[in-house]
Design a protein. Structure first.
Length: 138
């Protein structure tokens, strides 16, 4: 069995964003040479997420509104974590959206559904963060 590992780095200039990273993951798969196996893609920071869904701007807007209702950024003093910080909401948003995804690899391609894409979700940007891509298989 072969194994491949690569870190994707991001420095999102805004506090929150959803970035389609499917092309980068496909490039990692190409570099790996693996034709059958699994790809793990996970955020390596506690205020960021990796998830799979549709690449549609209305949905991304709905996520933003929904997440802000569930874990509003302000007032920052509503969170105990925010003593000296202001990112407690980002930790909660990450918990909702998830840390990682696993995608099957079949015949050298990501086995995604028709509209499925892999996303990096940033909830406390303006600094450098990474996503791990780990691919194992044959």
């Amino acid at each position: 069995m072969k194994s491949y590992r690569k870190e994707l780095w991001f420095n999102i200039p805004t506090r929150r964003a959803f970035i389609n990273i499917t092309p980068q993951v496909i490039e990692c798969l190409r570099e790996s040479g693996i034709r059958e196996g699994l790809a793990l893609i996970n955020a390596m920071h506690i205020t960021a997420s990796v998830f799979i869904n549709d690449d549609e701007s209305g949905l991304h807007h709905d996520y933003e509104v929904w997440l802000e209702r569930l874990a509003p950024h302000e007032p920052v003093n509503q969170y105990r974590h925010n003593v000296g910080e202001d990112n407690a909401d980002a930790h909660l948003k990450r918990q909702i959206m998830g840390r990682e995804v696993v995608v099957a690899i079949t015949e050298g391609k990501l086995d995604l559904g028709t509209w499925e894409q892999v996303f990096y979700g940033e909830f406390d940007g303006r600094r450098r963060k990474r996503v791990l891509v780990k691919i194992i298989g044959e």
